[in-house]
Design a binder for this molecule. Structure first.
Ligand code: OAD
Length: 248
């Protein structure tokens, strides 16, 4: 099937079933200038996640992990939503998309106007004290140097999920409800390599949902779970989908 046929079929499924949910990953923010985690330009090429992204590594040597975190927070602070974030917000306004489950911690779906966003891995905007739970605004706090400290003297950690930490239980529950209740799951920009987020497409599929995957590359979902794979960037695919549904 050619690219236009794939977009047309996906648009028909979305417009006829309406009840869609999106699952997004780092790939959807690449066009906003935020590198993904895996692959040639990925953050994990420069920082071994076992040394820089586990809760054990953070507690052992927060100063070291904060080198990676402050770089990430700096990049996120400069990023603005792209056509993919705007496309999903538009699908919500059109009454087609009911929610976005995102593994991203950049807040760009909300900035683009999506109202129901489930942050599966938290958000980098806030810092939280690992001892007294006091919260701070990331950008303000790291201006004074890293690792940032709470008034109580303890180390601050971004309010995001590191490897080895549980998914926030409200996000986990909401994501399962959305995944099981939708009739179309739109998976965009994730390698689907990290559990438990990568289980979400299977949950939807088991309940009879049609799974559309948007990713320039194939993933473990492409042949095993996806009903339709659109091999394009999220910005291109989602803006074409919105245009096709509008009948342009
Ligand atoms: P990955 O970096 O693992 O995967 C990004 C995916 O996006 C890849 O499959 C790319 O092919 C695809 N991609 C790249 N550019 C794209 C574009 N312009 N449009 C669409 N797709 C594009 O990122 P995630 O799957 O989000 O977790 O990674 C999952 C989790 O692993 C992250 O939330 C993070 C990370 O370690 C934690 O830190 C706990």
């Amino acid at each position: 099937m050619g690219a236009r046929d794939l977009i047309r079929e996906a648009a028909e499924v979305l417009a006829s079933r309406k009840n869609a949910v999106a699952l997004t990953g780092a790939g959807i923010s690449v066009e906003s200038g935020i590198p993904a985690f895996r692959g040639a330009q990925g953050l994990w090429e420069r920082y071994d996640p076992m040394e820089y992204a586990t809760i054990a590594a953070f507690l052992r040597d927060p100063g070291k992990v904060w080198i990676m975190l402050s770089e990430m927070i700096d990049i996120l602070a400069r990023a603005v939503p792209n056509a993919a974030h705007r496309g999903l917000a538009e699908l919500e306004r059109m009454g087609i998309l009911r929610s976005v489950i995102t593994q991203n911690v950049d807040g760009l779906h909300q900035a683009a106007g999506s109202r129901k966003v489930i942050e599966f891995h938290g958000n980098a905007e806030a810092l939280v004290c690992i001892a007294c739970w006091k919260r701070y605004v990331s950008r303000e706090k790291i201006r004074d140097g890293i690792p940032p400290r709470c008034e109580c003297g303890e180390i601050l950690k971004p309010d995001l999920v590191l490897f080895g930490e549980p998914i926030p239980w409200v996000a986990q529950g909401d994501a399962e409800t959305e995944a099981e209740g939708c009739s179309v799951l739109l998976v965009a920009g994730t390698s689907a390599e990290v559990s438990p987020a990568c289980e979400i497409p299977r949950l939807s599929k088991k309940r009879g949902a049609f799974v559309i995957e948007i990713n320039p590359e194939e993933t473990q979902l492409t042949r095993a779970v996806a009903d339709l794979h659109i091999p394009a960037t999220a910005g291109e695919a989602l803006s074409s989908l919105v245009a096709a549904i509008r009948g342009n």
